[in-house]
Design a protein around this ligand. Structure first.
Ligand SMILES: Cc1cc2nc3c(=O)[nH]c(=O)nc-3n(C[C@H](O)[C@H](O)[C@H](O)COP(=O)(O)OP(=O)(O)OC[C@H]3O[C@@H](n4cnc5c(N)ncnc54)[C@H](O)[C@@H]3O)c2cc1C
Length: 427
């Protein structure tokens, strides 16, 4: 069984429509490089690509297949900003820092778009916007405050609030009460984006290894990592394992918590644009968020439902379908062709955890908003290795605190908290 092959990745829409990607070898024997990257998702691939372009020699070790973690399974939604909104960023950090943080997220978006263009990555990119739909009328109040703060503090003029009728003209659902439309949002095929980054990394000289799980790593005065059949010595390292970090780095494990999230893809729909106009990416304002969009071949890709136990539901399609029907009851007869899940890591503050332990850098915990941000986290870590640490320090400065109880107790305590918020959604 492949590392992290659980949650039916093989039955995902993305696996069924993946671009060809030649398997990489597994690591055998001893190797050396300027940089060792552990993890072949967006974080690891963008760090590897940035480093190779700076002239560093790079080895990337992936335990399973490239893109097989959250990066190849997610909703594909491109959402500008952070998991914390502009109003909260200003409250926490003041206007100047909040604006700087928001600008970092826009740089991440630019990086993502330029990688896709420069490397001709075929990943069904759509850039028509992201709509955050109001699940209850009261959401419109904070959505107005959000749009106002974005414009006044961040100088961002791409977002606006839509009323109930305008929203329902775009999304054919009576259950939505309005929405926050961000014109710089969009969506893509997440696995093909990851595979495209990997191809670009390979062409830039990165040595990729699959089926090469790192069993131990240390970052005191240089980095040494061991797999079952090999060893890499490097000047620097990047840990890019997100929810699959496991026990590889106990010092930082208590800052992130893996949560399972599930998706389905319907059969191709006869009139998808009647369901979602303008090819928008949509998510809603519930704590246990629903998110959906139309794929390039006209299916509804719908994510909804989280579980806080390591055990997936017996039937993922039956678990997610009711969430879809609550929003689109008109799809009661639509066949579900694909159903799968993935693990994402969340943090206490919902801001990512970026930092370093000696010569070992790490970035994880994007809390469900990790299609765009890993790009800049990767670049920030590589800049810091070259002695330019402004960007890295700005990201590291918003590091989340540990979950109560650390890695050992975070799960039961956090589950209680999550269940409380999930219950509030229902009420
Ligand atoms: C179901 C789901 C839906 C989501 N939807 C969205 C969305 O619509 N929009 C959005 O912005 N974000 C979304 N996210 C979040 C986003 O996918 C993640 O934040 C992002 O992919 C994290 O990328 P990463 O590279 O840090 O981690 P991953 O992509 O998880 O990659 C980590 C890699 O490290 C490897 N690894 C782990 N341990 C080892 C080891 N010891 N040795 C070697 N390799 C190792 C793993 O095999 C894995 O490939 C979603 C996540 C999930 C799970």
């Amino acid at each position: 069984m492949t590392f992290n092959s659980g949650l039916d990745m093989e039955r995902s829409y993305y696996f069924a429509t993946a671009n060809p990607f030649a398997p990489a070898p597994s690591l055998e024997g001893a190797q050396e490089a300027d940089l060792l990257v552990v993890g072949g998702g967006y974080t690891g691939l963008s760090a590897a690509l940035s480093a190779a372009r700076q002239g560093m020699s790079v080895i990337l070790l992936e335990a399973g297949r490239i893109g097989w973690g959250a990066s190849g399974r997610n909703g594909g939604q491109i959402i500008p900003g952070w998991r914390k909104g502009a109003v909260e960023l200003v409250k926490l950090y003041g206007e100047t820092r909040a604006r700087a943080l928001f600008d970092i997220s826009l740089r991440a978006r630019d990086w993502l778009l330029s990688q896709i263009t420069d490397n001709a990555i075929e990943c069904d990119l759509a850039t028509n916007g992201h709509l955050l739909a109001a699940a209850k009328p009261a959401d419109l109040t904070w959505m107005h405050a959000e749009a106002e703060t974005l414009e006044r503090v961040m100088g961002y003029t791409h977002a606006c609030v839509l009323g109930r009728e305008e929203t329902q003209a775009k999304i054919a659902s009576d259950s939505l009460h309005g929405g926050f439309l961000d014109g710089l949002g969009g969506h893509l095929h997440p696995l093909n984006y990851a595979l495209g980054l990997a191809n670009a990394a390979g062409l830039s000289g990165v040595k990729l290894f699959e089926h090469s799980e790192v069993l131990s790593v240390s970052g005191e005065r240089g980095v040494i990592a061991r797999t079952a059949s090999g060893e890499v010595k490097a000047r620097y390292g990047v840990l890019a394992c997100d929810a699959l970090l496991g026990s590889l780095a106990p010092r930082i494990a208590g800052r992130i918590m893996p949560v399972a999230n599930y998706l389905i893809a319907t059969e191709p729909l006869p009139a998808p644009r009647e369901l979602i106009a303008d090819n928008l990416a949509v998510s809603d304002s519930r704590f246990v968020v629903n998110y959906f969009r139309i794929s390039a071949d006209k299916r509804l890709i719908f994510g909804g439902g989280e579980r806080y136990t390591p055990h997936p539901p017996a039937d993922i399609a039956s678990f997610v379908r009711p969430f879809m029907l609550r929003i689109f009851p008109q799809l009661a007869d639509a066949r579900i062709d694909h159903a799968w899940g993935g693990l994402v890591s969340v943090t206490m503050s919902r801001l990512p955890h970026v930092g370093r332990m000696g010569d070992l850098f790490f970035a994880h915990g994007y809390s469900g908003q990790g299609v765009v941000l890993p790009a800049i986290a990767g670049a920030a870590m590589v800049e810091a290795m070259a002695g330019r640490s402004d960007l890295f320090e700005a990201m590291a400065a918003v590091a989340p605190v540990e979950f109560p109880g650390g890695a050992a107790l975070r799960a039961p305590l956090h589950v209680l908290g999550m269940l409380w918020y999930a219950l509030r959604d229902r009420l």
